[in-house]
Every structure is written in structure tokens, then in C-alpha cells.
Design a protein around this ligand. Structure first.
Ligand SMILES: Cc1cc2nc3c(=O)[nH]c(=O)nc-3n(C[C@H](O)[C@H](O)[C@H](O)COP(=O)(O)O)c2cc1C
Length: 151
């Protein structure tokens, strides 16, 4: 099983969540800045995370997602998350990322998830690291079952 957690991050909070998830999955956390198509080779679980900027994913993540359709994800497992502030209307980048992953041919194996920061530059809210660990453990289990079903 090979996992890739692709993220963008302005102040480091999304990066922390991505690294925690990658660590539990035994995979790699990679900035979208350094992404190239070969990075997807052999990947069977792709997780994409972005901070919410003006109610949606960052420009770099949106650009990555818009090019993803040409890469034929061919039913690999996928999951999406965002980081955001607790405000009345945050927007929902994770949901849109999930939708784009499905449009590119991936299968979302769990609903998109939000992680919270206390302020624009962080830090992460209490409990979010633990939440990331348990979400990743959950992803790992579902992905394993998913792989068995597909075999
Ligand atoms: C330009 C800008 C726009 C933002 N817009 C939103 C927003 O619409 N909704 C929200 O919940 N948070 C918003 N935020 C807060 C970000 O979600 C927060 O900075 C991010 O989660 C921190 O993650 P990072 O350290 O990985 O960049 C915004 C932050 C910036 C800098």
C-alpha cells in the first residue's frame, strides 16, 4: 500500500496535519509546490488537504485538481481535508476537493473532514492533532478493506 498526502499550506498548520496523517499511513506528505505526475505512480491512497482561503481551496490546490483529470486516477482511493477558522461561514474546501478527486476518477473512501485553527496563522485548535491521527487510522483500515474488495 502506498499513500501520498498532498497539501498546500501558508502558515504551516495544514502541513502539520498532512504530516501527522502521512505518518500514521506510513506514506509521504508532499507540498503541492513540488508535485509532479510521477509522484502518483503506484499510489493507492491519495489524500489532498488545503487551507481555506476565501471560502475555497488555495489557488495551487485548485490548479493541481484542475490538471488531475488528465492523469486518470483509475479508482484509486482518495480522501480530502481542509483547515479553517471557526466562523459563521467558513466555506467548504474539503468537500470541493473531494468532488474534484471523484471527477478525476478516484473513489472517496470517507467523507471530507475539516480541521480547525484558532486564528488565521494558527495554531491548530486543541485536539486537532489527535483527530488527524484517528482519521488517518480510520483511512488506513478502510483503504485496506477497499483493496481486499477490489482484489
Ligand atoms: C487570505 C486568507 C483567506 C482566508 N479565508 C478563510 C475562509 O474563507 N474561511 C475560513 O474558515 N478560513 C479562512 N482563512 C483562514 C485559513 O483557513 C487559515 O489561515 C488556515 O487554515 C491556516 O492553515 P495554513 O497554516 O496551512 O495556511 C483564510 C486565511 C487567509 C490568509
Amino acid at each position: 500500500m502506498k499513500s501520498l498526502v498532498l497539501f498546500d499550506s501558508n502558515f504551516g498548520n495544514t502541513k502539520i496535519i498532512a504530516e501527522v496523517i502521512a505518518d500514521v499511513l506510513g506514506g509521504k506528505a508532499q507540498s503541492v509546490n513540488n508535485f509532479n505526475a510521477d509522484d502518483l505512480s503506484g499510489v493507492d491512497l491519495l489524500v489532498v488537504g488545503s487551507p481555506i482561503n476565501a471560502w475555497r481551496a488555495t489557488e495551487k490546490i485548485r490548479y493541481f485538481l484542475s490538471n488531475l483529470k488528465t492523469l486518470k486516477l483509475n479508482k484509486i482511493s482518495a480522501a480530502a481535508f481542509d483547515t479553517r477558522i471557526r466562523i459563521f461561514f467558513s466555506g467548504n474546501a474539503a468537500k470541493r476537493i473531494g468532488k474534484s478527486l471523484v471527477e478525476a476518477g478516484a473513489e472517496l473512501i470517507t467523507p471530507p473532514l475539516a480541521f480547525y485553527v484558532k486564528d488565521k496563522e494558527g495554531p491548530l485548535a486543541e485536539g486537532e492533532i489527535e483527530k488527524a491521527k484517528s482519521w488517518a487510522a480510520h483511512l488506513k483500515t478502510i483503504n485496506r478493506n477497499h483493496a481486499v474488495k477490489k482484489a
